[in-house]
Design a protein around this ligand. Sequence first.
Ligand code: PEP
Length: 249
Amino acid sequence: MTALRPLIAGNWKMNGLGSSLDEARAVAAAVDAHPPGARVAICPPATLVHRLAEALGGMGVEVGGQDCRAELAGAFTGDIAAEMLADAGATLVILGHSERRAGYGESDALVAAKAGAAHRAGLEPIVCVGETLAEREAGRTLAVVTGQVRGSLPEVLAGKPFAVAYEPVWAIGTGLTPTLEQIEEVHVAIRGVLAEMFGPHGQRVPILYGGSVKPSNAADILRLRDVGGALVGGASLKAIDFLGIIGAA
Ligand code: PEP
């Protein structure tokens, strides 16, 4: 089976003003000059999705959202539909990030509904899963993560483009990373569930690792079994760091 190109996606979180577009332009210029082995995406705050998509149009960097609402439209003040992200030029959307699961009480069922909405809008969802430190210390990592995978991916994604991101909650933004063995163990377990759920397609779904990925550790992480890319927070904000990770893929 042909291997997919790894996906390196930057999550800017709630960072970025118009002036930050220059960092994204620098990434896109470098990617265009020396096309990497990986697909590259930047997920800025919603306010910048359209501007970034316009600025990078035709270049080799895709633009994604960081969340969407499951409904198509309606009285949901402050929320954004998947169709709105697509209309603004996004091709992907991060869903179920631990900062949303923890901060907004997002359940697996809600994340699954959002993933269905992303598919409806023609977006590729990147569905995040990951254990807390307490769950890891209690020996529950694989049970938690595989449970989240089962609960957060709707059947409608069968045969459709989507990715899963394994992001241990305790490794996000902390500078801590699991050992390479720990990362591989979880990715292999996720692959097993994806294969059960989606058959041959599940063998090909990219499983990204996220949590304090930086230029210095990216190459070691990206060559692990069943690691199909990276979801990058802090190190995606500066073109030089993000390009260092892209170059390692
Ligand atoms: C993230 O929030 O998706 C993330 C992986 O953050 P960081 O790379 O900063 O740990």
